[in-house]
Write a protein that binds this ligand. Structure first.
Ligand code: NAP
Length: 450
């Protein structure tokens, strides 16, 4: 494709993978003259790669190196600590740029809607993930790991991450970038048994085989699956036949179902066909009541009227993420996404909103792996460039002037590099791996000098 020089100025809101892939697609498709500002609420770039990917998943985290090259490309700027709705509005952005791409992801937990969900000890996986990843909003959270048993609800990849972190010892995570407070808390953990619970069968589980397999490689935890959970109904058997991902998962799970329990200090029970109906306890979580399920003729999960109670001092709800509405931007309250057509935001009358676009999880929902956002962002950028006249000089206000006028203490890319260097130095000082995350806003502020 011929690249046409285009002096467009574009704002990308959110510096996670979707935002940075959008910046990359703008450079690739829009040519060398395009200017892209990537704004973020946090002083640090990389979004979920930094604050969602588990600390022991180093190879996935290395995607940050690729994203870094995009952020350092001529024409791209990172502007941290600018919050949409607080420091600037979408109307400001449209005054300052030719177009805006919102890439703010999906950072809030979905609710189970069952009694006891709010008891102390019932924890949203989003909070636990933010905590072990050192998200500055979560560094003050405390989880009681002095309990014997924990239940993780959901059988997606986030549930697998959470289970793995609970099942690993602090020593196994010392070389990771987890903040010191995480290593200290996990060193004191008394959790010996973890239950991971799927409301449908093994063929319907959402985790991917590569991630699932890692649970079988845990040094200190033995995995078990009940053979009776692996009996497949005709619909599940058909899925196994037609879907190689399902085949991969079932092979791993059947292998575990055939194993005799061993004497590793921790135990992980992967359970299926159980839906949570109540979290119970006297002032805090003590047990989880579950109903046995089956699939009906439409393939939907239905209760069988038979119940089971699991002892669990901690219940982690890992049932998916959702996006939150952005001020001044249309939102689909049912699907938790911004309504769009190939990335063009659509207003309630079905018309495209001029100059406003979405990419990533806020566009399509929380699905896929990090790389899925690359093609997703490229599609949005194709729509954007098709809509905007090439070669039009930008005549709007300056974002720098506006932020200065409002006294917004933003963080530049150089400010982030200061945090980056401090984290590398901290790891060296502690004798821990390549990086240890700075814990909390104050520790980061001390480095960038706000
Ligand atoms: P997910 O893949 O959508 O899984 C959510 C799980 O919660 C499903 O098992 C779902 O069961 C269950 N669930 C939903 N509502 C429930 C309810 N009311 N009661 C009981 N169970 C319920 O979501 P996720 O695990 O949060 O992952 C989000 C995305 O991030 C996925 O695309 C995932 O692959 C990705 N991710 C990737 C990695 C990696 O590549 N290493 C790591 C983490 C996350 P049903 O299927 O029955 O609805």
């Amino acid at each position: 494709m011929a690249v046409v020089a285009n002096p467009l100025q574009i704002a990308v809101i959110g510096s996670g993978p979707a935002g940075i892939y959008a910046a990359e697609a703008l450079l690739k498709q829009g040519g060398p003259d395009i200017k892209v500002d990537v704004l973020d609420r946090l002083p640090t770039p990389y979004g979920l790669v930094r604050y969602g990917v588990a600390p022991d998943h180093k190879s996935i985290k290395s995607i940050a190196k690729y994203l870094q090259r995009v952020l350092e490309s001529p024409g791209v700027r990172f502007i941290g600590c600018v919050e949409l709705g607080k420091d600037i509005t979408s109307a400001d952005l449209l005054d300052c740029y030719d177009a805006v791409i919102y890439c703010t992801g999906a950072m809030v937990d979905r609710q189970l809607g069952i009694p006891g969900e709010d008891l102390p000890g019932s924890v949203a996986a989003t909070d636990f993930v933010n905590w072990y990843c050192g998200h500055p909003d979560a560094t003050g959270l405390e989880f009681d790991l002095s309990v014997d048993e924990a239940a993780v609800i959901g059988v997606g990849n986030v549930a697998v991450d959470v289970v793995r972190i609970l099942a690993k010892t602090a020593d196994e995570l010392r070389e990771s970038d987890a903040p010191e407070y995480v290593i200290e808390a996990l060193a004191d953990s008394k959790i010996r048994r973890i239950h991971m619970i799927g409301r449908r069968g093994p063929a319907q589980a959402k985790f991917t085989t590569k991630e699932l397999r890692e649970l079988g490689e845990l040094e200190n935890a033995a995995v078990s699956v009940r053979p009776e959970d692996m009996e497949l109904d005709p619909a599940s058997a058909a899925l196994e036949e037609s879907d190689r991902h399902v085949r991969g998962n079932l092979k791993v799970l059947r292998g575990w179902a055939a194993l005799e329990p061993d004497d590793r200090p921790r135990r992980l029970d992967v359970r299926f066909w159980l839906r949570p109906v109540e979290i119970r306890g006297d002032g805090r979580v003590e047990e989880l009541r579950l109903e046995r399920t089956a699939l009906n003729d439409d393939g939907r999960v239905t209760g069988t009227g038979s119940y089971e109670v699991l002892p669990a001092g901690m219940v982690l709800r890992s049932v998916g993420y959702k996006s939150v509405p952005l001020p001044g931007v249309p939102f689909d309250e049912r699907r938790y996404v911004v309504p769009n057509d190939a990335g063009r935001i659509i207003d309630p009358d079905g018309a495209p909103v001029p100059g406003e676009y979405v990419a990533g999880w806020i566009k399509r929902g929380p699905t896929g792996v990090v790389g899925t956002n690359k093609s997703d962002a490229a599609e949005t950028v194709r729509s954007l460039l098709a809509d905007l006249p090439a070669g039009r000089p930008h005549e709007g206000k300056s974002i720098d002037g506006l932020l200065e006028e409002r006294g917004v203490a933003c963080v530049t890319y150089t400010g982030w590099l200061g945090i980056d260097a401090a984290e590398i130095a901290l790891a060296e000082k502690l004798g821990r791996g390549e990086r240890v995350k700075l814990a909390g806003w104050d520790a980061m502020r001390a480095v960038w000098g706000a």
